[in-house]
Structure formats: structure tokens, C-alpha cells
Design a protein around this ligand. Structure first.
Ligand code: FNR
Length: 363
């Protein structure tokens, strides 16, 4: 692993180590995968305006997220079924996040339970919620997350149906029979069965509540006192509705380009959301973050922090917990370097005028 010098290098190792069906599930996006490419490419449309001759002998990357002190503004997004990548799955990810002093988000669709992940030790954790048709089950999940000490709920709002991921359809994606969706163990929905196409798409079609709407955000608030982040926002209109609904924060996300294709890259949608939020609630971003420079650009556009998805599953597949630790460390080091070379000693010193975007008016 010593030869790894950047986050993106883990993908090739994961591709070599994983069965094709699993690698394709992790890597792919929806339909033409236009947004998938765009999530990465759009960062290259933003350039730096670094400031020189500023004393950067000490640099502080720490920040506060929802009132919790974290070592850096780089966090772990929810990704399902991590035991397909490594036998320790989500527990390895949780340990790596804690060791790095940052936040992990556990997916509803995990191969490790809410309680198993909590028992890995102390850590600041979010529970990602998919709202199922069976609301009793949703209430139970939320209560379990509360009892196990999770610090917030991230409500995924962009998945009334699963996006059309053609690799999963071709591969007739199904989860290995030796694994379960651990949060649903003992229920008859703990498995993803084989079908003609994507087993995951049929699973979601059968169980997820397609009627989910703004009033359900209010309903969620009646069953939990945990702060609720809304994940999957990419417009100003929905930003204002999130604030009206009492969301504690917003995650600008296109689900890693796995839902609606031809939505903009998240880094291009970010500023619209930040402006509409008017500083009332924090705005986070995920999608295509692979470099410390990407993190800096998101912060300069007003994000309070970023989340990473695929780099976690790829590094898990390559090297388990050590791989995820290394990804977090490399991103941290790169962000620190970017700050030093831009003349910023702390996150609050990162300003919009440290960058220039292709869509900005000429200076
Ligand atoms: C995801 N994502 C996701 N989101 C969510 O809310 N619940 C989930 O269970 C999953 N599962 C999942 C699995 C895999 C394999 C991927 C790649 C993504 C979306 C995820 O939280 C995040 O939005 C993106 O992964 C961010 O983009 P990058 O970092 O992968 O480019």
C-alpha cells in the first residue's frame, strides 16, 4: 500500500480484487453516465487564486459539524453493502473514521447493523435513512439509531425509485447469499434476490415508499429528536423547502450520479444551494471528491464540509480499514497543502475569491 500516492489509485486495485458484479455496482452510474463523468470533470473548471506571503506555519483543519467537533471537513458518505468489499465492511469504515476524528454515515442498506457499527467504539455517526413503505419499520430504525448513540439522521430524498444502472441490469446484480442487509436481519427483507435484471432495483421497487414527500419530513420530526439532514438537494427551490421543513442541514448530492442522469455535477449546483440557504443551515456536498483541492473548492463555494463515497469502498476492497484510513489521511494532507499554498491557516479563511470558476464573470 506504500506505493499508493492518491485516492484515485485505489479504484484499479479494487477492480482487480473484486468480482465484476461487485465492482460494477460500486463504480457505475445511471444510464449514459454523463453525470458520473461530470461529477469529476466539473472540479477542473474551477481554478485557484492563491494568496502569497502569508504566514502558514500552523494550519488548523478542524471544524464543528452540527455542534460536534471534527478534525477535518471530510466525512464518509453512506454506501450500501460494504461487506462485498471487505469482510469487516462497515465496522472497518467506522473504525477508520473514528481514528481520523471524523464522521461516518451508515447506510440503511448496510451489511453491518446499526448496533454493530456503534459497538466499534466512540465516534460521531450519522444514520442514513431510506423511508420504507412500512412506517413501523422506519420508526424502529430511527429509534435504534437514537439508542445506539448516532448523532443525526441523513434522509435520502432522491430515491423514490432506483436509477437505471445498466451494469447492474446486465450483471443481474444480487448480493452474495452469505450476506444480509443486517438492519433487517430476522425480517424477510434481509436479502436481495435474483431477478431478470437488477436485484437491487426490484428490491427498492418493492420496499421503498414512493409517496415520500415534504410532510414526511415533519412526520420524521415527530418520531425523533435527532437533527435531520436532507440528502439529494440540487436546487434553490428545494433548499428553501428544506429550511421551511426544519431540516438541520442539506447535502448537495446526486447520489454519486446513480439516480437521475444529466443532472449537473454537484460542485456546479453547490453555489445555487448555498445562496438559497442564506446561512440559515449548513450545506454539505458529495460527488466526485477525490483530491484535497476538490475539498478546498467546495469550501470556497460555501460548503461546510464534504462527504466521500466510492473512495471508501474502493480502499476497503484494496486494504480494509487501513485503506480507508489512508484515503482519509491523503485527503487531509492534500487539503492542508492546498490551504498552505493558497495562504489559508484555517477553514474560515477560505473565501470565494480564492477560486475562480469557469462560469464567473471576468475580473
Ligand atoms: C451510494 N450512495 C448511497 N446513498 C445513500 O443515501 N444510501 C445508500 O445506501 C447509498 N449507497 C451507495 C452505494 C454505492 C456503491 C455508491 C457509490 C453510492 C450515494 C453516496 O452516499 C454518495 O452520495 C456518493 O457516493 C458520492 O459520490 P462519490 O464520492 O462516490 O463520487
Amino acid at each position: 500500500m506504500d506505493h499508493i500516492t492518491n485516492v484515485s489509485e485505489y479504484e484499479a486495485i479494487a477492480k482487480k480484487n473484486l468480482p465484476k458484479m461487485v465492482y460494477d455496482y460500486y463504480a457505475s452510474g445511471a444510464e449514459d453516465q454523463w453525470t458520473l463523468k461530470e461529477n469529476l470533470l466539473a472540479f477542473s473548471r474551477i481554478l485557484f487564486r492563491p494568496r502569497i506571503l502569508i504566514d502558514v506555519s500552523t494550519i488548523d483543519l478542524s471544524t464543528t459539524i452540527l455542534g460536534f467537533k471534527v478534525s477535518m471537513p471530510i466525512m464518509i458518505a453512506p454506501t450500501g453493502m460494504q461487506k462485498m468489499a471487505h469482510p469487516e465492511g462497515e465496522c472497518a469504515t467506522a473504525r477508520a473514521a473514528s481514528a481520523a476524528g471524523t464522521i461516518m454515515t451508515l447506510s440503511t442498506m448496510a451489511n453491518s447493523s446499526i448496533e454493530e457499527v456503534a459497538s466499534t467504539g466512540p465516534g460521531i455517526r450519522l444514520f442514513q435513512l431510506y423511508v420504507l413503505k412500512d412506517r413501523n419499520l422506519v420508526t424502529q430504525l430511527v429509534r435504534r439509531a437514537e439508542r445506539a448513540g448516532y448523532n443525526a439522521i441523513a434522509l435520502t430524498a432522491d430515491t423514490p425509485k432506483l436509477g437505471r444502472r445498466e451494469a447492474d441490469i446486465k450483471n443481474r446484480f444480487t448480493m452474495s447469499p452469505s450476506l444480509t442487509l443486517k438492519n433487517f436481519e430476522n425480517l424477510d427483507i434481509g436479502k436481495i434476490d435474483e431477478t431478470n435484471g437488477s436485484g437491487l432495483a426490484s428490491y427498492v421497487a418493492g420496499l421503498f415508499d414512493r409517496s415520500l414527500s415534504w410532510k414526511d419530513v415533519k412526520w420524521l420530526q415527530t418520531i425523533t429528536t435527532l437533527p435531520i439532514l436532507i440528502k439529494g438537494v440540487i436546487t434553490a427551490e428545494d433548499t428553501r423547502l428544506c429550511i421551511q421543513a426544519g431540516a438541520a442541514g442539506i447535502i448537495v448530492s446526486n447520489h454519486g450520479a446513480r439516480q437521475l442522469d444529466y443532472v449537473p455535477a454537484t460542485i456546479m449546483a453547490l453555489e445555487e444551494v448555498v445562496k438559497a440557504a442564506e446561512g440559515q443551515i449548513p450545506v454539505f456536498l458529495d460527488g466526485g471528491v477525490r483530491r484535497g483541492t476538490d475539498v478546498f473548492k467546495a469550501l470556497a463555494l460555501g460548503a461546510s464540509g464534504v462527504f466521500i463515497g466510492r473512495p471508501v469502498v474502493f480502499s476497503l476492497a484494496a486494504a480494509g480499514e487501513a485503506g480507508v484510513r489512508k484515503v482519509l489521511q491523503m485527503l487531509r494532507d492534500e487539503l492542508e497543502l492546498t490551504m498552505a499554498l493558497s495562504g489559508c491557516c484555517s477553514l474560515k479563511e477560505i473565501r470565494r475569491d480564492h477560486i475562480v470558476a469557469e462560469w464567473d464573470a471576468p475580473h
